[in-house]
Design a binder for this molecule. Structure first.
Ligand SMILES: NC(=O)c1ccc[n+]([C@@H]2O[C@H](COP(=O)([O-])OP(=O)(O)OC[C@H]3O[C@@H](n4cnc5c(N)ncnc54)[C@H](OP(=O)(O)O)[C@@H]3O)[C@@H](O)[C@H]2O)c1
Length: 277
C-alpha cells in the first residue's frame, strides 16, 4: 500500500475505506462486516467513520468487523460540531471509543465547523491526545479562511488532515485550499471520491478507463490518487467494487488522460464556495 506522511511524520495508507451509510440497517450488517474485512485484506487499513454515521451504527459495525485486528488499523472518527465544545468533546469521544470497542482513535476530526470556537475544540482535542484517547486530530470541511484562523489558535497547527469533498466533478479546493494545505504540509483526505457513485457512469472517465482496462470509477480514484500527498477514502460494500478500488492504486493516468479530464471537468478559475455532500 502506498502511504502518505502526516505532519507528525506518521505514514498512513493512501487509500482507505469510507463507511457513511453503513451500520444503518440491521439487514445489511453481515455484508458490511465482510466488506470492512475484505478492505483490510486488500490493504485499505485506514477506516473512516463518524459518530454521525448511523448515529453510532457505523462505529459499532466496524468494532465487530475489526475484532482481533485493531492493532494493524488506522481508525478515523469524527465529532459532531455541536458536541465539539470544551465540556462535551470528551464525552462524545468516550462514546465513540465505547462503540468502536477500542482504547484509542488514531485520528479524530471535527466533522465541520459549528458554533463552538475552534479554540475550544483544539483545547479539548489536545486534552484527549494527552490522555491517550486519540493519537492525532484534524478537521473536515474547513475552507482556507477557517484553516488560517485555525493556525492562529493554540494547538491548531498540529492538525493532521482536512477531510474535504474532492473528485473530478468537485474541484473547488484546487483554487486556494489545496495550495494552502500543501504549503503547510497538511494532507487532504478526499471524500466522495467517486461522487457517491455518480462518476461510475461518467462517459469521459469510462473512455479513459478503456485505455487502461479500467472502469470509470477506477479512473476517478486514480485521479484523486495522483497527488502523492492526498488520502482517498471511497466507500464500497460490494466485493467487486472493493477489489477494483484497491487496483486503482496501480493505474497511472497519462498527461493526455488528465487533459481530457480537465476538458470535461475544468479546474476552478476563481474562488468557489466550499462544497459539502
Ligand atoms: N467529512 C465529510 O463531511 C464526509 C462527507 C461525505 C463522505 N465522507 C466520507 O467519505 C467516504 C466516501 O464518500 P461517499 O460514501 O460519500 O461516496 P463515494 O465513496 O464517492 O461513493 C460511494 C458509492 O460508490 C459506489 N462505489 C464504490 N466503489 C465503486 C466502484 N469501483 N465502481 C462503482 N461504484 C462504486 C459504492 O457502492 P457500494 O457501496 O454498493 O459498493 C457507493 O454507492 C464516506 O463513506 C465517508 O466515510 C465524509
Amino acid at each position: 500500500m502506498k502511504t502518505v506522511q502526516l505532519l507528525s511524520g506518521e505514514k498512513v495508507p493512501q487509500l482507505g475505506l469510507g463507511t457513511w451509510k453503513m451500520g444503518e440497517r440491521g439487514g445489511s450488517k453481515r455484508e458490511e462486516i465482510a466488506a470492512v474485512q475484505l478492505a483490510i485484506d486488500l490493504g485499505m487499513t485506514l477506516i473512516d467513520t463518524a459518530e454521525m454515521y448511523g448515529e453510532g451504527g457505523s462505529e459499532k459495525m466496524i468494532a465487530e468487523a475489526i475484532s482481533g485486528r485493531r492493532d494493524k488499523l488506522f481508525l478515523v472518527s469524527k465529532i459532531y460540531p455541536h458536541n465539539a465544545s470544551r465540556t462535551n468533546t470528551q464525552v462524545a469521544c468516550e462514546r465513540s471509543l465505547r462503540r468502536l470497542n477500542t482504547d484509542r482513535i488514531d485520528l479524530y476530526l471535527l466533522h465541520w465547523r459549528g458554533r463552538p470556537p475552534l479554540s475550544e475544540t483544539m483545547e479539548a482535542f489536545q486534552k484527549l491526545k494527552a490522555d491517550g484517547k486519540i493519537r492525532h486530530y484534524g478537521v473536515s470541511n474547513l475552507d482556507t479562511s477557517d484553516m488560517e484562523e485555525l493556525w492562529g489558535v493554540d494547538g491548531g497547527p498540529l492538525t493532521q488532515v482536512n477531510q474535504v469533498y474532492y473528485n473530478p466533478a468537485a474541484r473547488g479546493i484546487e483554487f486556494d485550499l489545496l495550495p494552502w494545505q500543501r504549503k503547510h504540509r497538511v494532507p487532504i483526505m478526499a471524500y466522495s471520491p467517486v461522487d457517491q457513485a455518480k462518476l461510475a457512469t461518467d462517459r469521459t472517465l469510462a473512455a479513459i478507463g478503456k485505455r487502461h482496462s479500467a472502469t470509470a470509477a477506477q479512473v476517478a480514484l486514480a485521479w484523486g490518487l495522483r497527488h502523492p500527498d492526498s488520502i482517498v477514502i471511497p466507500k464500497a460494500v460490494k466485493p467487486e467494487h472493493l477489489r477494483q478500488n484497491a487496483a486503482a492504486l496501480d493505474i497511472k493516468l497519462t498527461p493526455e488522460d488528465l487533459a481530457e479530464i480537465d476538458k470535461a471537468f475544468p479546474p476552478p478559475k476563481k474562488k468557489q464556495r466550499m462544497e459539502m455532500t
